[in-house]
Structure formats: structure tokens, C-alpha cells
Write a protein that binds this ligand. Structure first.
Ligand code: MLT
Ligand code: ZN
Length: 457
């Protein structure tokens, strides 16, 4: 069926060799079958329009592919789909200093945009460990968050305009970089976070901001899970934080072993908080630290003395995901409102201890955003199928605790395939029906990333 592609694109834009299918057919998840029929590399908006129209005419299923760093299977092609890679639409098209706006193609790598901004004395603040390979199009499709959300917000907050090709093959120019635009539904925001189910992003107007002053990093040893929130409150009442991350002692052990890093403190603590803040806030941070020690929430701490030391401390947090990848982790990416965090942490902690007595449980995340990453590690002697079946049995109990607090079963990794069948823990039947209605308008023949995000009706 996908042979018709050869009449639409040139031969250099279509690959069907086994290695390409395996590479472009998957993301960072390793638990889904990968079986695309072809990988195509559009080089222009016209190519994308032609592909989508062809898919509608011939009944092809299209799966968008960016940097393939997703963690929920949103970019996995397991059913003979055609993978549409944006690797060759990777140009920065325009920069307007007066607007602080960069117009990018979707295949621009996050770090390339960050460097582009810095070279012009500006800052693109959305950041995460996979910035060296994730692409702007994928970040938009998943509304990527990361490590600076507490100060700068999500990808959504930095997108001032989008050009998209809908699943019907129409080109829409959404918001065109305007700051104010009160002319009805803001369709731009529908596409942000839609996981490629409504159309393809083919251009984005991305906002930049002023460079912050130099940053300092502190790592604190914290005695109890819920004390992390008290520490957050104490620091936030004294200064503006650029980041407030946490990880458990097990996460620290995994990352220090994997990356051969030094431990940050002389002793061990059950949990660690990593804080980043402006250099000029040092006195306020020192005062907050002393109060946390006096309260018994923090046992010890270290402050970066140089940029290199700050980078090394950041590795302790940013390297965790990679260091546990070999354990085929079952990933949970949960969110509740910050005010509901303390008792949510207590309940989830108790549930996990009860439910997974035989598994290693690795906690880390963006606690300053109310976002917990709960990773269950597969024991070496257990099959992947048995392990995932066991985790799936327990997930509903955790998701019930999330739902009871109006939380989210996927804070920032997206729904994809991994969380699709649990979506009703976070979305009501009426919301799901509205989402299906929107999909039917923008992708009437269901060619865009079928089977992802929305559970079967
Ligand atoms: C992180 O916070 O490190 C990323 O979301 C990746 C992950 O959760 O594994
Ligand atoms: Zn994260």
C-alpha cells in the first residue's frame, strides 16, 4: 500500500530498509512492537500537504516523528504506518529581535534553539535532559515541560504562532506571532499537546526572553518525603526559584554509579532537593537553608562554587532517566495541585510500599510543579511481560488516588500508547466525547497517529 508514496515524494525521501524502520519507528519506550511500513522525510510544507492528502485518498496511517525521545509511545509505529520524520525540516527561518521571536521548522533540535537564542543575548528557557536530541515539533506535540517550569512555564507558554497541516490536508496559520488576538477560539493551543492526532506542526513562532543572571545550584538532604514541600515553601517565600527538583536515595545511587559521579553530601539522606536560583538571591537562600535545618527538614546541603560544579550537581538529577533505562522501568508521571501534594505523597508512598515490596522504586521529579516521576524497576530475572502485567494491575490504585484529587495521570510525558487506556482517570466522559469531536473535524478520516492518546470509544 505504501508504494504510492514513491509517486508523491522523490526516492531519497523514502526508506524501507529494516534498520530505518526500527530506528524511526519508535521513541525511547521499549515495550511496544515496532512495525512501520515506510519512513518518509518531507522537505517542505508542500511535501507534508501532499503526504496528508495521499494518506486520506489511500487510507494510509501517518505517525509523526521528531527526536524520538518520548516516553509514552506517542511516536511508535506498530501497525504498518508510515512514519513522517521532520529531520530534514530543521531550519531556523527567521528571527525578529523587536518581537523576540524565532520562526522554526519542526525538526530544529531544542538545544540548537537554546544556542541560537544565547548567541543573540537571549534565552529559550524550556529545558530538559533530552534537549540535545528532542525537536521543537515534538516538544509542541507533547507540550514538553522539564526542569525550569516553576519559573518559566511549559512549551505552550513560548509558542506565539503555529503553521499546521491538519489531518484533512488544510494549512492553518494560527495566531501569527501576535501577543493579543481576541478573535475567537485559539486553535494554536489545541494543537499544542495533541500528540500528532490532529495534524502536523510545520512551522512555529517561538518566543525568547532576557538571559537570566548567573545561576547557583544547591543540593539539600531531606529527611521525609513531605518535608520536601515544607522546604519548597520556605525557599519560595524568600526568593524566586528557577528550579526545584527532587530525587530519592535510590535514584542517586543509580545515577552516581551509571555516570561515575561523586555523591553530593558526605552522608546519605532519604531524599534530595536540587534548587537553582539567581546569584543575587544567595543571602535569601542561605537564610532559608538555615531555617530548614533548624526545623529538622534538611540534614545537610551543598552550594555550587563554580559553573562546572553547578553542571555536575545538575547531572545528579538530569542523568537519572538515562541511568535507569536499562531496568525497563514502568514509568508513572503524576501531577496534583501543589496544595494537595503533602497528603498525596503520603498516600502514594504507602501504596507503593504495599504494592511493590519486591521491586526497586525510584522517585524523582519536578516537585515544585506538583509533578512526580515514579519509576518501578524490573528485577533482572523477571520477563518484561510479567513485569508490565503486574504494574498494570497496581496502576489503577495509584490512578484512583490521583483522580480523587483531580490530578493528572500524565503530567508531561503525554498519553501516547502507555497511558491511553487509563485516560478516563483524568478526563470525564464528556471531555473525551468533546476530544473525539475535535479529532473528527480536523482529522475526519483518522489518518493522524491513529490509536494514540484517545482510548477506543
Ligand atoms: C525527567 O524528568 O527526567 C524526564 O521527564 C524523564 C523521565 O521522567 O524519565
Ligand atoms: Zn520530567
Amino acid at each position: 500500500m505504501s508504494q504510492v508514496l514513491d509517486e508523491t515524494l522523490s526516492p531519497r525521501q523514502v526508506r524501507r530498509d529494516a534498520e530505518s524502520l526500527a530506528t524511526w519507528g519508535r521513541d525511547w519506550t521499549r515495550s511496544f512492537e515496532v512495525a512501520p511500513s515506510a519512513v518518509v522525510f518531507p522537505e517542505s510544507v508542500d511535501d507534508v500537504v501532499a503526504l496528508v492528502r495521499l494518506a486520506n485518498a489511500e487510507g494510509l496511517a501517518l505517525v509523526p516523528s521528531g527526536g524520538r525521545t518520548g516516553l509514552s509511545g506517542g511516536a511508535v509505529a506498530g501497525n504498518g504506518e508510515v512514519v513522517v520524520s521532520f529531520d530534514r525540516m530543521n531550519g531556523i527561518l527567521d528571527f525578529e529581535p523587536a518581537d523576540r521571536l524565532v520562526t522554526c521548522q519542526p525538526g530544529v533540535v531544542t538545544q540548537t534553539l537554546q544556542d541560537f537564542a544565547r548567541d543573540r543575548g537571549l534565552f529559550y528557557p524550556v529545558d530538559f535532559a533530552s534537549a540535545g536530541s528532542s525537536q521543537i515539533g515534538g516538544n509542541i506535540a507533547t507540550n514538553a515541560g522539564g526542569i525550569k517550569v516553576i519559573r518559566y512555564g511549559l512549551t505552550r507558554d513560548w509558542i506565539a504562532g503555529l503553521k499546521v497541516v491538519t489531518g484533512a490536508g488544510e494549512v492553518l496559520e494560527l495566531n501569527r506571532g501576535l501577543v493579543k488576538n481576541a478573535t475567537g477560539y485559539d486553535l494554536r493551543h489545541l494543537f499544542i499537546g495533541s500528540e500528532g492526532t490532529l495534524g502536523f506542526v510545520v512551522e512555529a513562532d517561538v518566543l525568547l526572553t532576557a538571559l537570566p543572571e548567573p545561576q547557583l545550584v544547591m543540593v539539600l538532604g531531606v529527611e521525609r518525603f513531605r518535608d520536601l514541600l515544607a522546604v519548597l515553601g520556605q525557599f519560595q517565600s524568600a526568593l524566586t526559584l528557577s528550579a526545584f527538583e527532587f530525587f530519592s536515595e535510590l535514584a542517586l545511587q543509580k545515577v552516581t554509579a551509571h555516570r561515575e559521579l561523586a555523591r553530593p553530601l558526605s552522608g546519605a539522606a532519604p531524599f534530595y532537593a536540587l534548587l537553582e536560583f539567581d546569584e543575587s538571591a544567595l543571602d535569601a537562600a542561605t537564610g532559608a537553608f538555615e531555617r530548614c535545618v533548624a526545623e529538622g527538614w534538611v540534614s545537610d546541603g551543598v552550594l555550587s562554587q563554580s559553573e562546572t560544579q553547578a553542571e555536575n550537581l545538575w547531572q545528579l538529577r538530569e542523568g537519572i532517566s538515562e541511568s535507569i533505562a536499562g531496568y525497563t522501568p514502568y514509568k508513572n508521571d503524576l501531577a496534583v495541585r501543589i496544595s494537595r501534594m503533602p497528603e498525596f505523597l503520603d498516600e502514594v508512598d504507602a501504596l507503593v510500599q504495599q504494592s511493590y515490596p519486591d521491586f526497586e522504586v525510584c522517585w524523582y521529579g519536578h516537585i515544585g510543579d506538583g509533578n512526580l516521576h515514579l519509576n518501578i524497576l524490573k528485577p533482572g530475572d523477571m520477563s518484561q511481560a510479567d513485569f508490565f502485567a503486574k504494574c498494570h494491575e497496581i496502576s489503577p490504585r495509584i490512578f484512583t488516588a490521583v483522580a480523587a484529587r483531580g490530578g493528572s495521570i500524565s503530567a508531561e510525558h503525554g498519553v501516547g500508547l502507555l497511558k491511553r487506556d487509563f485516560l478516563d482517570y483524568s478526563r470525564s466522559p464528556a471531555e473525551l466525547a468533546a476530544m473525539r469531536g475535535i479529532k473528527a473535524v480536523l482529522d475526519p478520516n483518522g489518518v493522524m497517529n491513529p490509536g494514540k492518546m484517545l482510548p477506543p470509544a
